[in-house]
Design a protein around this ligand. Sequence first.
Ligand SMILES: [Zn+2]
Length: 61
Amino acid sequence: MSNIIPFKKPTAAKRNPGNTLCKRGFHQWQSVPGTPFDVKTGKLVTRFRCARCGAERTQST
Ligand SMILES: [Zn+2]
């Protein structure tokens, strides 16, 4: 006698779809107001911040 229990996958994607998109690289970038200047490289850059997870990135202009 065997009783096979079906394997259930985690439903993290359904619970938090926005964050899942972020993990897959689809952030909701919003431009960050402020001085568009990177002191490290000395170049003009545009800062972006994700409205969902708060990740930041810069884009050289
Ligand atoms: Zn994000």
